[in-house]
Design a binder for this molecule. Structure first.
Ligand SMILES: [Zn+2]
Length: 632
């Protein structure tokens, strides 16, 4: 409410007291944040990419400021977005992997900050990885995270929406938005698999990644135009959560290694208060975005930030010191039992803390090919100290706050050695991820083949793939989980439950593993244990609609119809229009003999997902029971 108060006060001063205000009162700027997933900086025209790919981003850069050396803090979607939205490094915001972690209750988001100052807030996200169970929805009055789960075997990366759909939702919201507004738009198209819509694919033959970037740019353009019509006073920020390796250092996608291929991101800001066409060469960071917005809209920043405002740099000040940028990936550790990785980059040097440490002169060697660690131990030691300090300071905060006791995330961090005073000073025991990357590429290929076979109903083939993967990667909980799913698919629920238990031991934080186990337990008619697993999953990831769908299915199988109905209704409240929940409610109504109510639910399911064959069959079945309507 700060702005409203300031404006009212200024108005009172100028009109009632007959004294001019000391400066003209301008309304607070609207804020648009756009994050394009998996977008390498060097694929954007202004950073040297093909201009035909990103005309809208390039036009934004011409009217604003482009940060040529911007860095992310994690090569993973949820942790990186958490840094953008909180101004904190991952050890402090605690959302350290996709799944299994929740944003720290002590972190304050950009949306919370702006909403407290009178902004209307909304977000539209394109990947399930950013669903509201992560806590990233905090401060957003509207949080568009609608994904459907009709596929028999939920696979997280497949739950995504296209950029043009996200743009349509964002434009629709903008039309009725009250000012000032804060809108966050997340676009996921450039993420693998690269399968652009034909209209874009045909413009970039043989370059599907670029075609997906062009799709994203088009969607962003739609929203930029709508924002321009709504507001002459909008601060626009566009960045990527991380890049894509595309084979550099042996990595195909992103998530494991900490090289600039995935940590160098585009960052463009524009608004009426920003001088057009500027380029900033100093290193800047994702954690600087929140303090910069706070500076621009003149609101107080929350305490405990790792970033600083970029406003002085944008205003052309040359005496601004470059701040070091911390980054990490716990992916190899959490998913395979390898070592964790941490890095720090100061604009010239980059140190990677790993079983075999690395040091690069990123100015002279931007591709990070020559490891200079042996010849420059003093430089490396100075940077390593920063990694240590970032982790120790965050662990101290965590221990000092009372919230640490009951936080699920804190329990997980404790088991990894990140909580107590004994923060790991060096990388955890385990293989160096860079020595495993070729095996990992093979893993992804086989895993994808196994999932495809499972989705297509070829359970035996899928089972053979996952059995082989379990032998190759016994430390991967996901392999055990999927082997369990293939066995559940052919009705071998005892075998499935053994694999789900192995997955749970390896990754106690995975809510999906708990939901999978619940389904097999329900199939065995052990409803009490099944419901205990559902509760466990919902504790790990509260407010996940998938958890409530699972709960409803278990309760329906147990014959507890009113409770099942309540669970499906809760799923619908979390994700309006959710086809699977409408379908299940239709089935409950049909079972109770209410054909009209059942038909209405099936129709709503089909309105959300026209291709849902179960709903179509069910609808024609109940329509035959309804009295013929006149005039048709
Ligand atoms: Zn991402």
């Amino acid at each position: 409410m700060l702005f409203i108060t300031v404006q009212v006060a200024a108005c009172l001063l100028s009109s009632c007291a007959g004294r001019p205000a000391d400066r003209p009162v301008t309304p607070p700027p609207d804020v648009l944040l756009v994050t394009i997933d998996t977008l390498r900086a060097d694929r954007v025209g202004v950073y040297g990419g093909l201009p035909a790919t990103t005309p809208n981003l390039d036009s934004l850069a011409r009217r604003g400021v482009t940060f040529m050396d911007a860095t992310a803090h994690a090569p993973l979607t949820a942790p990186s977005h958490a840094s953008i939205l909180t101004g904190q490094y991952p050890p402090r915001h605690e959302l350290r992997d996709n799944g299994g972690f929740v944003l720290s209750p002590r972190s304050r988001t950009l949306a919370e900050m702006l909403r407290a100052n009178g902004y209307q807030t909304a977000a539209f996200v394109a990947s399930y990885v950013l669903n509201r169970g992560t806590g990233l929805n905090r401060g957003f009055e509207t949080y568009g995270d609608r994904f459907d789960v009709t596929a028999p075997h939920l696979s997280l990366p497949s739950l995504q929406r296209r950029g043009p759909e996200i743009a349509r939702d964002a434009v629709k919201w903008l039309a009725a938005a009250r000012r000032p507004f804060f809108l966050w738009m997340h676009v996921y198209d450039p993420h693998a698999p690269y399968d652009p819509p034909p209209a874009f694919g045909s413009r970039f033959p043989g370059k599907p990644y670029e075609a997906e970037i062009a799709t994203s740019d088009w969607a962003v353009g739609e929203v930029l135009r709508a924002v321009g019509q709504k507001s002459q006073n909008a601060l626009v920020i566009v960045t990527a959560d991380h890049g894509e390796s595309l084979g550099e250092h042996g990595e195909m996608e992103h998530g494991i290694l900490l090289y600039d291929a995935t940590l160098h991101v585009p960052l463009i800001m524009a608004g009426p208060m920003i001088r057009a066409g500027q380029r900033v060469q100093q290193q800047v960071r994702h954690v600087d975005i929140l303090p910069t917005v706070a500076d621009w809209v003149r609101v107080q920043v929350p305490p405990g930030l790792d970033g600083t405002s970029l406003k002085p740099l944008i205003e052309g000040r040359t005496d601004v010191l470059t701040q070091p940028s911390y980054s990490e990936s716990l992916f190899g550790q959490l998913h395979f039992g390898w070592s964790d990785l941490h890095a720090v980059r100061d604009g010239q040097w980059k140190f990677v803390q790993a079983p075999a440490a690395e040091l690069y002169d990123v100015r002279a060697d931007p591709a990070e090919r020559s490891n200079l660690f042996d010849g420059r131990r003093d430089t490396a030691a100075k940077l390593e100290r920063i990694i240590h300090d970032v982790n120790v300071a965050s662990a101290k905060d965590r221990v000092a706050s009372g919230t640490a006791v009951d936080s699920v995330t804190t329990e997980r961090l404790k088991s990894l050695g990140y909580v107590s005073g004994r923060v790991e000073l060096g990388p955890a025991a385990g293989a160096d991820p860079k020595t495993q990357i070729a095996r990992y590429v093979d893993y992804v290929e086989q895993f994808t083949r196994g999932v495809d076979a499972l989705q297509a109903g070829r359970e035996r083939e899928a089972e053979r793939v996952f059995e082989r993967l379990v032998r190759m990667f016994p430390g991967s909980y996901e392999v055990h989980q999927y082997l369990g799913r293939t066995r559940a698919a052919r009705g071998a629920h005892d075998d499935a439950l053994r694999e789900f238990e192995a997955a749970r031991r390896l990754s106690p934080g995975s809510a999906l593993v708990a939901f999978d186990a619940a389904k097999s337990l329900a199939a065995k008619r052990d409803f009490a244990t099944a419901l205990a697993r559902v509760t466990e999953g919902l504790t790990l990831e509260p407010d996940t609609f998938y958890g409530y769908v699972t709960k409803g299915q278990v309760l329906r199988a147990a014959g507890q119809r009113p409770e099942a109905q309540a669970a499906f209704e809760k799923a619908l409240a979390l994700s309006p229009g959710l086809a699977i929940a409408e379908y299940e409610l239709g089935a409950l109504a049909e079972g109770a003999g209410d054909a009209a109510a059942a038909a209405a639910h099936y129709q709503r399911a089909l309105a959300s997902d026209a291709g849902m064959v179960e709903s179509r069959a069910a609808l024609s079945r109940v329509e035959r029971q309804l009295p013929a309507r006149s005039g048709r």
